[in-house]
Design a protein around this ligand. Structure first.
Ligand code: C2E
Ligand code: MG
Ligand code: MG
Ligand code: MG
Length: 289
C-alpha cells in the first residue's frame, strides 16, 4: 500500500488502515514481532540553554528499524500502538532503553543530563507506569532527577483526577514533567494550576513563523509569560533558524530544541557532547581541548 515517491515509500501505516480492524490487527502483530526482535531503538535530541555548547537535557525519540521498510518514524506506528495495550509495552521498552543508556554514560564517567521520554496518555493513567519506573530506577540505580516525562495536553484534560495522582507520584520520585506540544490541545488554564508541572514546551507550529507572523509572536509571548507567572520553565521546540531563535530570546525563552542546534542523534554521537565527571580526566581528554 506504499504510495509512489519519496518519503511516502516507507509509510506502511496509512491513517485509513487504522479504521480497518483487520489491518490494524495485522500491524499490531508486526509491532509485537518488532518488540520481540528488538527492532526499536532510541535517538536523542539535545535540549540546550541558549547555545549549542550548553546541552542541559535530551529527549529520547523512538525509531523502528524495520528489516524491509527501513527506519519507520513514530508518527506511523505510535497511533496504532495506542489503540491497544502495545503502547504500554513500547513505553516500558523506551524507559528501559533510556535508563540503560544513562547507566552506560555514568559507567563511562560521563556526566549524564536528564533524559525526557514521551509517555502516551493511556500509559500515564494505566496504573502500571509508576511501579514500572520505580522498579527500573532501582534496577539501574539511577536517581529520578535524571528522568523527565513529556505528555501532551489531551490526556490531562480528559482525566485530570487520575493525572494529578500519577504526576504527584512521579514528582515524589524527583522526575520532571513537561507538557509537550503546548498550545495545540484545547487548553483549559485551570488544569495548569492543578497539575504539578515543571515545563511548558511551546509547540513547533507556533515557533515556525514566530519571527515574522504577529499572531505567532504573540502566542509565543503569551505562553512564555504564562509559564513565568506560574513558575514554570519554557522550552521552544522545532527551532530551525537564527531568526526564530532571536525572537524567542527576546521574548524571554532560554531553552531550545531544534535542527538549528541539533537533530536527533544516535547515542554514540551524544557521548561527545557530555562532559567527563572527573575534572582531571577532563584535562587529559583531547576531545574537550
Ligand atoms: P514530539 O515529542 O513533539 O517530538 C518532536 C518531533 O519533532 C520529533 O519527531 C523530532 O524529531 C522533530 N523535530 C525536532 N526538531 C525539529 C526541527 O527543528 N524541525 C522539525 N521540522 N522537526 C523537528 P519524531 O521523532 O518523528 O517524533 C514525532 C512524535 O512522535 C513526537 O513528537 C512524539 O509525540 C512521538 N514520539 C516519539 N517517540 C516516542 C516515544 O518513545 N513514545 C511515544 N509515546 N511517543 C513518541
Ligand atoms: Mg516530546
Ligand atoms: Mg513536542
Ligand atoms: Mg511536536
Amino acid at each position: 500500500a506504499a504510495k509512489e515517491g519519496g518519503r511516502d515509500n516507507y509509510k506502511i501505516f496509512q491513517p485509513y488502515m487504522a479504521e480497518n480492524v483487520t489491518k490494524s490487527a495485522t500491524y499490531e502483530r508486526l509491532i509485537k514481532i518488532g518488540l520481540a526482535k528488538q527492532q526499536f531503538h532510541l535517538v536523542y535530541q539535545p535540549k540546550v540553554f541558549r547555545s549549542k555548547d550548553n546541552v542541559i537535557a535530551l529527549e529520547a525519540l523512538i525509531r523502528w528499524d524495520h528489516p524491509q521498510q527501513g527506519i519507520i518514524p513514530p508518527s506511523e506506528f505510535i497511533p496504532i500502538a495506542e489503540e491497544s495495550n502495545l503502547i504500554i509495552q513500547l513505553g516500558e521498552m523506551v524507559i528501559n532503553q533510556a535508563l540503560t543508556q544513562i547507566r552506560e554514560w555514568i559507567d563511562q564517567d560521563l556526566t549524564p543530563v536528564p533524559v525526557a521520554v514521551n509517555v502516551s496518555g493511556k500509559h500515564l493513567i494505566s496504573d502500571e507506569l509508576v511501579p514500572f519506573i520505580k522498579q527500573q530506577l532501582v534496577l539501574f540505580s539511577i536517581p529520578g532527577s535524571l528522568l523527565e516525562i513529556e505528555i501532551t495536553e489531551g490526556v490531562l484534560i480528559e482525566d485530570i483526577e487520575s493525572c494529578i495522582n500519577v504526576l504527584e507520584e512521579l514528582k515524589a520520585l524527583d522526575i520532571s514533567i513537561s507538557i509537550d506540544d503546548f498550545g495545540t490541545g484545547y487548553s483549559s488554564l485551570n488544569y495548569l494550576k492543578r497539575l504539578p508541572l515543571d515545563i511548558l514546551k511551546i509547540d513547533q507550529s507556533f515557533v515556525e513563523e514566530c519571527h515574522r507572523k504577529d499572531e505567532d509572536t504573540e502566542i509565543c509571548a503569551t505562553i512564555i509569560n504564562l509559564a513565568k507567572n506560574l513558575n514554570l520553565n519554557t522550552i521552544a521546540e522545532g527551532v530551525e533558524t537564527e531568526g526564530q531563535l532571536n525572537t524567542l530570546l527576546q521574548l524571554g525563552c532560554e531553552v531550545f530544541q531544534g535542527y538549528y542546534f541539533y537533530k536527533p542523534l544516535a547515542a554514540n554521537k551524544i557521548s561527545a557532547l557530555l562532559t567527563l565527571t572527573n575534572p582531571t580526566d577532563r584535562d587529559e581528554n583531547p576531545r574537550l581541548n
